[in-house]
Design a protein around this ligand. Structure first.
Ligand code: 5GP
Length: 260
């Protein structure tokens, strides 16, 4: 399937049209941004790993009945996805308090929450993705009551599944961000999971050492982001030892070439 024109470019992905009006190609970039675009960098190989990890998680979610936009992975950096009308809300799920909630509410970092906490942020870079209440979402018609109820049910199921999936490979799912969109088929509209699920959008800590295996390595200048993402992929069984080595080598080779 060939890429058409650019439909949308975000911080970490580009969406292209295809010959099929219902399908798009999602391209994973190596760009990393944090703090509402104030911190920017390019990390060679990040897009490849996120493409594989997100494909793995979304395919697993499909199998437990969570409908999502992924049709199939095309290659190292691209996926075919269904075009949806994105609900302009970032759904943040927290199992352990860290990141913005600790600063906003003074909750101690690492506090295990007695149940999953769902927060809503308006998807608006200019406003810095502000936290909003359910009442705002309904008031400004960003989503309907029925859509929110459906999304909440899906989120609890996704969280349960992902906690188990990561726990099984020695990783704690601390928090993550989800996006949903409206899909029209035969005149009917339904809300499905969209965007990506990867170490860019989740906080993942090693179960024993609490080592950060996610984008906080970039946000907090901890370094070694690619080895951490590779470790997540390896533990999920996506990368076999051989491809693990070659993915890292490709990255190393590229950076050696650049230095030359
Ligand atoms: P926090 O609100 O603590 O910054 O983020 C909570 C969780 O949501 C983290 O796992 C973080 O990665 C994810 N998250 C929140 N906003 C964004 C965003 O704009 N982009 C990405 N990639 N992840 C986000």
């Amino acid at each position: 399937m060939k890429k058409g024109k650019k439909l949308y470019e975000g911080k970490a992905k580009i969406i292209y049209t295809t010959a099929d009006k219902d399908l798009a190609i999602q391209y994973f970039k190596d760009d990393a941004t944090a703090f509402n675009n104030l911190k920017k960098s390019t990390i060679e190989g990040k897009g490849v790993l996120n493409n594989r990890i997100s494909e793995h998680i979304l395919n697993n979610l499909s199998q437990i009945g969570i409908k999502n936009h992924l049709v199939k992975r095309l290659n190292m950096r691209e996926q075919i996805i269904k075009i949806v009308d994105i609900i302009p809300i970032e759904f943040i799920v927290r199992n352990v308090a860290t990141g913005s909630i600790t600063k906003r509410l003074g909750i101690e970092d690492g506090t295990v929450l007695k149940e999953p906490l769902l927060e809503y942020c308006l998807k608006d870079d200019k406003l810095g993705d502000p936290l909003v209440a359910e009442e705002h979402i309904l008031m400004f018609d960003w989503a309907t009551k029925q859509e929110l109820e459906k999304v909440k049910k899906m989120i609890l199921r996704i969280n349960d599944f992902m906690i188990g999936m990561f726990w099984g490979v020695g990783i704690k799912l601390i928090d993550f961000k989800l996006e949903f969109g409206r899909l029209k088929t035969n005149g009917k509209t339904e809300v499905i999971l969209a965007d990506e699920i990867s170490p860019d959008t989740c906080r993942l800590w090693d179960s024993i050492t609490d080592k950060k295996l996610d984008k906080d390595r970039f946000r907090k200048k901890l370094g070694d982001l690619i080895p951490a993402y590779t470790e997540v992929a390896r533990r999920l069984g996506i990368l076999h030892e051989q491809s693990n080595v070659s993915a890292v080598n490709v990255t190393k080779l590229r950076s050696i070439k650049k230095k030359k």
